[in-house]
Write a new protein. Structure first.
Length: 247
């Protein structure tokens, strides 16, 4: 059976001192975890975190990757550079990047492709806004977002992680109910099954106000294979509780 994945997304938070303290507390509190664990940290801290976590059960991830291979793209980090640092995962298509950096489905698909080509696992985020949910468009939106990645990447999609992150649940304290999340995860699973015979090994994780109190119920759903955790991943006791709730 595949393991669950609990990944923290630190977003634009942290400092050398705060990161060191947080990782120290996480490492001290890890109690023979059964799940996979990662922290997706700001690019400037990848080296620091990679060094501190070397040989531990916690992998390091980036929060984005360039859609370009190399060259004159000021400020960007290529997949090869991330690989060079020992990065295992890269979040692509987070709703904050789609919203604030105008990332389209097509760009997200290319980013996933760059990550895969470099041997980095892309954590592909999909999710509807509140307006789209209320208009009954959840299925259409998440399927369109995932379809772009499937079409460009073909059989390689068996190597991705999918994160369902309803935009209305991110940073709002409003979590999707376990039933709401499970329903969308089942749709995504079916879409992956139609595209690859290895769909069952693809982790589909949930993100959006997952916390120490609601994680166990969400993680108990049959098609929820882990969590992409924002705010709660910045507090070691909360993140450790979520890790302990995973299977
Ligand atoms: P919160 O857990 O803070 O709602 O953030 C979720 C998220 O966006 C993870 O990528």
């Amino acid at each position: 059976m595949k393991k669950q994945l609990i990944a923290g997304n630190w977003k634009m938070n942290g400092s050398l001192a705060a990161n060191e303290a947080l990782l120290k507390d996480l490492l001290a509190g890890l109690n023979a975890p059964v799940c996979q664990i990662a922290v997706c940290v700001p690019a400037v801290y990848l080296t620091q975190c990679q060094k501190q976590l070397a040989g531990s059960a916690i992998d390091v991830g980036a929060q984005d990757v360039s859609a370009h291979e190399s060259g004159a793209f000021t400020g960007e980090n290529s997949a090869a550079m991330l690989k060079d640092l020992g990065v295992r995962y890269a979040i692509v298509g987070h709703s904050e990047r789609r919203q604030y950096h105008a990332e389209t489905d097509a760009v997200v698909a290319v980013k996933a492709q760059r990550a895969l080509a470099a041997g980095i696992t892309p954590i592909v985020c999909v999710g509807e806004t509140l307006q789209e949910r209320e208009a009954g468009k959840t299925e259409e939106v998440v399927k369109r977002q995932l379809a772009a990645v499937i079409h460009l990447n073909g059989h390689c999609i068996s190597e991705i992680v999918v994160a369902y992150e309803p935009v209305w649940a991110i940073g709002t304290g409003k979590t999707a109910s376990p039933e709401q999340a499970q329903a969308v995860h089942a749709l995504l699973r079916a879409q992956l099954q139609a595209a690859t015979s290895h769909a069952d090994r693809i982790q589909i994780v949930y993100g959006g106000s997952m916390n120490a109190a609601n994680a166990a119920q969400l993680l108990a759903q049959p098609d929820i294979d882990g969590g992409l955790v924002g705010g709660a991943s910045l507090k070691a006791p909360d993140f450790l509780t979520i890790i302990a709730a995973a299977q």
